[in-house]
Design a protein around this ligand. Structure first.
Ligand SMILES: Nc1ncnc2c1ncn2[C@@H]1O[C@H](COP(=O)(O)OP(=O)(O)OP(=O)(O)O)[C@@H](O)[C@H]1O
Ligand SMILES: [Mg+2]
Length: 512
């Protein structure tokens, strides 16, 4: 079967292709109740990892849990060997993710599972690689990987196509998820989609609204997060999430039970319950506290929307992501952008539905996407005493979607080497280049030692070396060197460095 799978920070949602329709797949919890998502959590039970609803149930019994693993995936320091702690055990991040995705696949009807998957628009190569690899290890055949807001753009033109015309052909997708905020400006001619610009906040999402409410409740109860055991704090935040999700524009008060300091967080439920305090919070206070957070998302969206006059080509500002169901979100967006703000009827499912549309060859939908982050290399200068940064790709570089523009995504550099060994450090970054340096979130995505001295160009001469311990010397009459950088359709960069005099070559898939 063909699927669109949205691996989310808090929820994983799956839509499937069904003769021109893209319904969400339902998953049963341990009580047999259906949900149109799987909670993206893992827990340690009897020495092994369990995932999804089983993990949620285990957590209620006091098992150590791992939530929001996607935040680890997006961390700039994450590499393929990164491990995560669950209770007192460490697991490779890739193993946890692959295990979680296997548990999702086991719930699907048996057969082949061809999936289109997504990553946040600004994801670096490591996050893209690990996501693809985890899906593959879980047994999925991944046919494409696209940026999350681009997928939501598909869902919009599928559903709201009538609002698009030749003059109004652009959509701004506002996606507030559990852990990230992303916005994209997408142009659509009905089936062809081009991403014109993206913006985002990597560490802002619905989870932060839960934490905010928990802090207000703790304040009202005269306690601090430090007073609570990890599990009691986790319980309180879960209560806050549930309270937040049941808010309607008419809600006036929120009632919460703040666990007491004596709450041991032990395994038998109910201990220390007598020490908990019930607090009643006016919703208005919660909204006041949440306003700055939502305002940051509005400000991030503004440059993509531009002037909304008669001549504007923006047909709609489309609110997707579970977090956009928070009543303050549409309210503040309408205050700023007026009537062109539309909410998705399935805020949490929009990305998965868009991915299923992308997975359906019959839909005819195509996408031209952008790299959405910069890529560059630091090279050594002056015998290793200085580094020079060279931006190879700017964030607006188009990703190859077919042979027609494939050339645009290859960049080469040629020069005569001035040292005996080159140490190349590759980085991806979310900002611009200022003062010769990359700015914004910076992710080191790989490094390579390359021998320019032919005496060192033998198998094994540099492979095992720790670059930090290598001394670099100036060497006159160095070889002619060519560096070739390529971006593939998944947004993953690879590099090949060659000594054109001897033919010696080294290659690296960044992220792998
Ligand atoms: N009715 C609701 N009202 C308010 N918030 C909600 C509602 N339903 C879900 N949410 C919140 O939406 C968030 C999850 O949204 P979503 O499923 O889009 O995120 P995700 O895909 O898991 O995360 P991300 O896209 O950041 O990786 C959670 O914070 C959840 O509490
Ligand atoms: Mg999401």
């Amino acid at each position: 079967m063909r699927l669109g799978i949205d691996l989310g920070t808090t929820r994983t949602i799956v839509a499937h292709v069904d003769r021109g329709n893209y319904p969400l797949v339902t998953f049963d919890d341990l009580d047999g109740d259906p949900h149109d998502y799987v909670p993206s959590i893992s827990a340690l039970q009897d020495g092994r990892l369990v995932h999804g609803f089983a993990a949620e149930a285990a957590a209620r019994q006091g098992a150590p849990v791992l939530r929001s693993v996607k935040r680890v995936l997006g961390d700039p320091t994450t590499h393929p060997g990164t491990t995560v702690a669950v209770g007192d055990r460490e697991f490779p991040l890739l193993e946890v993710l692959a295990g979680f995705l296997s548990s999702v696949r086991e719930e699907l009807p048996a057969g082949d599972h061809e999936a289109v998957v997504a990553v946040p628009a600004h994801s670096h190569s490591v996050q893209r690689f690990l996501t693809l690899e985890a899906f593959r290890r879980a047994g999925f055949t991944v046919t494409a990987m696209v940026n999350e807001p681009s997928a939501a753009g598909f869902e919009y033109s599928h559903r709201q196509g009538r609002t698009l015309n030749s003059k109004r052909n652009r959509i701004v997708v506002y996606d507030l998820g559990g852990g990230t905020f992303d916005a994209s400006l997408v142009e659509s001619d009905g089936v062809g989609h081009t991403v014109l610009d993206t913006a985002g906040l990597n560490r802002l999402g619905g989870d932060d609204l839960d934490h905010l409410l928990a802090d207000l409740a703790l304040d009202a109860a005269g306690r601090t997060a430090d007073d609570l055991r990890t599990r009691a704090l986790d319980d309180l935040r879960e209560q806050c999430r549930a309270a937040k999700e049941s808010l309607t524009p008419q809600t006036r008060k929120i009632v919460l039970d703040v666990p007491g300091a004596a709450d041991t967080g032990g395994s038998d439920a109910g201990d220390g319950a007598d020490d908990s305090t019930t607090v009643v919070l006016p919703v208005a206070d919660y909204y006041d506290a949440a306003r700055p957070l939502v305002r940051r998302t509005v400000e991030t969206t503004e440059p993509l929307v531009g002037e909304l006059g008669e001549d504007s080509s923006v047909a709609g500002i489309y609110l997707v992501g579970g977090g956009s169901a928070f009543p303050l979100v549409p309210r503040m967006l309408r205050e700023r952008f007026g009537r062109r703000v539309h909410r998705s009827p399935y805020p949490g499912g929009s990305t998965a539905i868009g991915l299923a549309i992308a997975a359906d060859p019959e839909s005819g939908f195509t996408l031209t996407d952008r790299l959405s982050r910069g890529f560059g290399v630091f090279r050594e200068r002056d015998e290793g005493r200085a580094l020079a940064f060279d931006r190879i790709f700017a964030s607006d570089v188009r990703l190859p979607s077919g042979p027609s523009n494939a050339e645009a995504t290859v960049v080469t550099r040629r020069y005569r080497a001035a040292h005996d060994i080159g140490w190349f450090r590759f980085v991806e970054f979310t900002g611009d280049v200022a003062g010769g340096e990359p700015t914004g979130d910076l992710a080191p995505v790989g490094e390579m030692l390359f021998p320019f001295d032919p005496a060192l160009q033998t198998d094994g001469a540099v492979e095992g070396l720790d670059p930090a311990t290598v001394t670099v010397h100036r060497r006159p009459d160095g070889p002619l060197v060519e560096e070739t950088y390529t971006v593939d359709a998944d947004g993953i960069v690879s590099v090949r460095i060659s000594d054109l005099d001897t033919g010696y070559t080294r290659s690296l898939d960044l992220g792998a």
